[in-house]
Design a protein around this ligand. Structure first.
Ligand code: SF4
Ligand SMILES: [Zn+2]
Length: 348
C-alpha cells in the first residue's frame, strides 16, 4: 500500500478534528501557561511565549498527535509579554523559554527577536536557558550568529526526534522531517558544544504496546549514538481533538502502560541520562500514561524521583495484579501497519 495514500487518509481525519477543536481555543497562551503551571505545581521557571503558533501546524495540518493551541500572539507584543512574565523570576538560575512550537522557527519568533530575548536572559543573570525546537529549524549560520553573543554553555535545546523509523514518523505522526535532518541537527549542536535533550514519543498512534516499546528503544539508542546529552521519553497523552483521542474513542488506542515506561528505562538508563517528560502539555491532557488505579500514582511518584536521581532501584519494589493485563497487551499482534491504519480509520 502506498505510504502517501495512507498518510493523506489520516490527514483528512486530523483536519476534521482540528476544525472542531481549534475554533474553541481563542485565548491567550501566556495566561494558560501561567494558570497551568500553578495548577500542576510545576516547580520550574517557565515563560510560555504567546507566539503566532507553530508554522508547521498551519492550515489544520502539522503533526497528527499534536494538541497544542493555535497561536494568537502578535509579534509586536511578544517582547513586552516576555519582559512582563520575566519579572516574577528575578534571581533564578535556570529558565524554560517555551513557545507554541519551535523557538528557532523564524515564523514563530524572528531570528532577531530570538537573539534579543536570549541576550536579555544572559544579562539578567540566568545561567541556563532551555528552548525547544524541531530539528529542521537548527540553521548553522543562525546558531553561529547567536553564539557570538551567547556562550554555548548557557543554552540547552530540547530537540524533537520523536521516533526512529521514517515510516512511523511520516504516517503515524506526520512530523515532516527525516531522520537525516535530526542527525544533521545533532551534528551541528555537537560541533558547537550545545547541550541537547532529544524528545522521543512513546507509543505513536496505531502502534501496539510491544511495537511502541521496541520503537522507543531504537529511537533512544539512536539519539545517544548521535551525541544527545539526554533523552526525554514522552508517553503520548490524550488531549481533545487529537488523533489519539479519536482512535481511543473507537477502541483502537490505549495510552502507554507505566510498565512499558519502566521496562524501557531499565533497558536504557545506563546509556545516558533519561527522563520521562511531557508533563507540561497544553492544553492539559485528559488522560496520561497509566496502569491501574491502585499502582499508577505511586509509580508516577517513583518516575518523578527517578527524573531527579536517575536511581534505577526506585522501580525494584513495584508489583501489581495489572502487570498481567500489560503482558496480555504485549502479546497482542496486529496486521501490517499501513493496512492496520486504513482499517482503524475506517472503523474496523
Ligand atoms: S508537535 Fe510541535 S512541530 Fe508538530 S505541529 Fe505540534 S507544535 Fe508544531
Ligand atoms: Zn496496577
Amino acid at each position: 500500500m502506498d505510504k502517501n495514500h495512507v498518510r493523506q487518509h489520516v490527514l483528512e481525519i486530523v483536519k476534521d478534528l482540528r476544525k472542531q477543536g481549534l475554533s474553541k481555543y481563542n485565548t491567550n497562551t501566556s495566561r494558560i501557561v501561567n494558570d497551568t503551571i500553578k495548577k500542576v505545581k510545576l516547580k520550574r521557571v517557565i515563560i510560555g511565549l504567546n507566539t503566532p503558533g507553530c508554522s508547521y501546524g498551519k492550515n489544520l495540518e502539522g503533526c497528527f498527535h499534536c494538541g497544542y493551541l493555535k497561536g494568537y500572539g502578535h509579534l509586536n507584543n511578544m517582547y513586552n509579554q516576555f519582559l512582563e512574565d520575566l519579572k516574577q523570576y528575578a534571581g533564578q538560575d535556570t529558565i524554560y523559554l517555551y513557545s507554541n512550537g519551535s523557538f528557532f522557527d523564524p515564523e514563530e519568533i524572528p531570528h532577531k527577536l530570538q537573539k534579543k530575548m536570549l541576550m536579555h536572559l544572559v544579562d539578567s543573570g540566568f545561567k541556563r536557558i532551555i528552548v525547544e525546537t524541531r530539528p529542521d529549524f537548527i540553521y548553522e549560520a543562525h546558531l553561529n550568529d547567536l553564539l557570538k553573543s551567547i556562550p554555548s554553555h548557557y543554552l540547552k535545546i530540547g530537540l524533537g526526534f520523536d521516533t526512529y523509523n521514517n515510516d512511523i514518523r511520516d504516517v503515524c505522526l506526520n512530523k515532516g522531517f527525516t531522520r537525516y535532518q535530526y542527525d544533521d541537527a545533532a551534528r551541528i549542536l555537537n560541533k558547537n558544544e550545545i547541550i541537547f535533550e532529544t524528545r522521543i514519543v512513546l507509543k505513536p498512534p496505531f502502534l501496539t504496546e510491544d511495537e511502541a516499546i521496541k520503537e522507543a528503544l531504537l529511537s533512544i539508542e539512536h539519539a545517544f549514538k548521535k551525541g544527545s546529552n539526554e533523552v526525554s521519553l514522552e508517553p503520548l497523552a490524550i488531549q481533545d481533538y487529537t488523533l489519539q483521542d479519536y482512535l481511543r474513542k473507537k477502541g483502537f488506542y490505549r495510552v502507554p502502560w507505566l510498565w512499558s515506561v519502566i521496562s524501557i528505562i531499565r533497558d536504557v538508563h545506563y546509556k545516558g541520562r533519561t527522563v520521562v517528560g511531557g508533563e507540561a502539555f497544553l492544553p492539559l491532557p485528559k488522560e496520561i500514561a497509566h496502569n491501574c488505579n491502585k499502582c499508577s500514582d505511586s509509580i508516577w511518584q517513583a518516575i518523578d524521583n527517578f527524573n531527579k536521581t536517575q536511581d534505577i532501584i526506585l522501580f525494584d519494589s513495584f508489583d501489581c495484579d495489572c502487570i498481567e493485563d500489560w503482558k496480555k497487551d504485549l502479546n497482542t499482534k496486529d496486521i501490517a501497519l499501513f493496512n492496520r491504519i486504513m482499517d482503524n480509520i475506517n472503523g474496523e
